[in-house]
Design a protein around this ligand. Sequence first.
Ligand code: PGA
Length: 258
Amino acid sequence: MSITKRRRVIAGNWKMFKTQAETRAFFSAFLPLVSGVRRCDIVIAPPFTAIVAATEAARGSKVGIGAQDVFWEKEGAFTGEIAPPMLVEAGCRYVIIGHSERRQFFGETEQAVAKKTKAALSAGLTPIVCVGELLEHREAGRTEEICETQFLGGPGALTPEEFSRILVAYEPVWAIGTGKTATPEIAATVHRFLRKCAEKKFSTEQARAMRILYGGSVKPDNIQGLMAQEELDGALVGGASLDAKSFASVVNGCESAQ
Ligand code: PGA
């Protein structure tokens, strides 16, 4: 299957790190380091409280701001939740949905992922929908089964039109924050498998157009090897996105790998 050219995306997931002041400091150091980037999109997802500081600091640059989660209702008595239009008003263009930490620690289900994704899309946000297996799944040979279930329950529950507007992130849970990156080949194999799932559910054309980011211990020293795989359409970066210099070298590594 020949691969059509897909634009790459490097997204930083700050998790529960950085105050507003730290966010502003990050952007003043980071933006000059990525001013020459043309070929890949850059996204940063700060915690909710730093989103406005980030959108203000990123104004006029090519960096898109994202949130790390969202609720599916537009408003209502849902203490602690944030609605898609609120994210849009705060300047977000992206939102991460179904991250493994949300699935593991906050009981996020496939149904919740699908509802959040649909709601985010109808507000005009670009969801980054995460899937990925645990170490025990991989060791038991269940990687494909788990990824297929998560794919079908989340992205697979969308209409073809909705599906064409999302990004998917493959994040093997055993590689997140552990320093154990999946080899470029392991990642590419799962990406190919996800493309097959998309082909079955939607169409060959949609499967080819689907952008899949790899996530899990992506660093400046492994980005080039990962991006050498045509199957990988970018990266979702945790730890290495917190430091301006290291995130800039991940972005520049992606830019020069094309
Ligand atoms: P990591 O996190 O890069 O620190 O492994 C990736 C993620 O959780 O998105």
